[in-house]
Design a binder for this molecule. Sequence first.
Ligand code: UTP
Length: 305
Amino acid sequence: MRIRKAVFPVAGLGTRFLPATKASAKEMLPIVDKPLIQYAVQEAISAGAEELIFITGRSKNSIMDHFDKAYELEAELASRGKGKLLETVQEILPPGITCIFIRQAEALGLGHAVLCAWPAVGDEDFSVILADDLIDGRLRPCLAQMQRVYQEYGTSVIAVERVPQEDVSSYGIVETQPVGPGLGEIRRIVEKPKPAEATSNLAVVGRYILTPRIFKLLERTQRGAGGEIQLTDAISAMIQEQTVLAYEFEGTRYDCGSKLGYLKANVEYGLKHPELADGFREYLHDLTADWSQPAGEKVVKVAKK
Ligand code: UTP
């Protein structure tokens, strides 16, 4: 039981990142030196995906280009003897992996984006990864952790994490019946509840393993929160028919759809980057030491660097 197909909805407008996302894709924003979508693709491949289905929109052609072969660039790097960089470019998509691009004509919501994947997914279980939720899965990538749960239970699995009560209105929130450590069966799921109405702080994050039943349910799903067709609403219908598990993954999630989450991810991945870690740590150390200085002096010292 392996999930062969992974869906990447990348057709959102990315309004929280305007103007950066006016003419280019949010998912192409780099975390140090790799775009968000590449981290997501690597996570899917490491969990066994062979077919990558991208749901794209306007201003997203760079995503297609990123995973395409770049003959001129490769020839140029080869002729300049830049073997290491050539390898870096060639490794973006390992052999044997297929990419499919489907256009979502209008950004009608995440649920609608997933529905657009139906012709390519067909009648098999599949995963969905939202690239703007970057997850450092510590010992094992988040989707690979979920795949283990899927192999044991053979049902839909959704990644969740606890969020502060005041943040529940930014997420799909689930109530669960415990099944095991960090694992529960979803009894109720609500998109963006008001903090006073939420009876749980267990939030859905951007990793899903779903059965194809979701497509039929999405077809019937009306516009919900924010006027969008919400995946959460279709999952709410699915729990009436099938078991859907909520899995509290091990690791750290960076909400790279928000500017603060994006900056945090860059700092933390920078501190782990083999080429940058030492120099960056030293820089941050000096910078934060400067913060303890009086304001006037601080400006002078930081400006000198
Ligand atoms: P978000 O809720 O982050 O929306 O979508 P967004 O448009 O990307 O960003 P903001 O909120 O305007 O800043 C969650 C995921 O669903 C995809 C997005 O690309 C993102 O990966 N999505 C959303 C679609 O593919 N299509 C849609 O119609 C909406």
